[in-house]
Design a protein. Structure first.
Length: 68
């Protein structure tokens, strides 16, 4: 486990958040099965990765220091 990644690239984190959300929805009377949870996790990881990439490009474009 020597490689590091941002938290939003972690399927474990997203899976935990979706599981918590599914539990809250279940308590409210709305059920989300395991297959749907898996699809939601995959979608959120992809969206978060895209947002992270866009923020990195934005950060580089608005940076005040040049890259060597």
């Amino acid at each position: 486990m020597g490689d590091l990644k941002d938290w939003y690239h972690s399927k474990t984190i997203w899976g935990a958040l979706i599981a918590i959300g599914a539990s809250v929805l279940h308590a409210a009377g709305i059920d989300i099965d395991a297959g749907d949870q898996s699809q939601i996790v995959d979608s959120l990881v992809n969206i978060a990765g895209a947002i992270g990439g866009l923020l990195a490009v934005y950060g580089r474009l608005t940076a005040s220091t040049a890259i060597r």
